[in-house]
Design a binder for this molecule. Structure first.
Ligand SMILES: [Cu+2]
Length: 155
């Protein structure tokens, strides 16, 4: 064994467990969906439940999809009988906690679809985590439920 191979063994072998772990995240995504909008909608809202099964806090720092110009994280705040949306720099999920993206709370704001989207379509998007892991998520486009008819977006 030459010196070069010896160095490889010494350096690379201890790293293997870490390398094998790369690409896996502690986040579990459930019930991901996008609400169907009116034809030519400029923005759509996306929802999901994100559970952190790990023992460290995880942040989602950005999201993107080839079907949208951009994706933001929003939170709807109710004050003085009005609902308004605040842009969030990131979504943070504590260990063991579940963050619900739902009507009247946190949601994905999907901005300027490149093509019309209707129920039955599905959207692939990538969530980038603070650990630099990219988490792909598929969201079907669905009709809003009855209980959600009072929800409005103001931009
Ligand atoms: Cu919004």
């Amino acid at each position: 064994m030459n010196a070069y191979r010896m160095i490889l063994m010494v350096i690379v072998l201890p790293l293997l467990p870490a390398l094998l772990h790369a690409g896996q995240s502690d986040l579990d995504i459930k019930d991901a969906w996008i609400q169907e909008g009116p034809p030519n909608a400029r923005v759509l809202a996306g929802f999901m439940q994100i559970t952190n099964n790990g023992d460290k806090t995880v942040s989602i720092t950005s999201a993107d999809s080839s079907l949208f110009k951009s994706i933001e994280f929003h939170r709807t705040i109710h004050a003085d009988g009005m609902a308004r949306m605040e842009k969030q720099q990131q979504l943070t999920i504590q260990p063991g906690a579940t963050l619900k993206l739902e009507h009247g709370s946190y949601h994905l704001m999907l901005i300027q679809p490149h093509q019309p989207l209707k129920r039955g379509d599905s959207v692939d998007l990538n969530l980038r985590l603070s650990s630099d892991i990219i988490l792909p998520v598929k969201l079907p486009v669905r009709q809003p439920g009855r209980e959600q008819h009072q929800h409005h977006h103001h931009h």
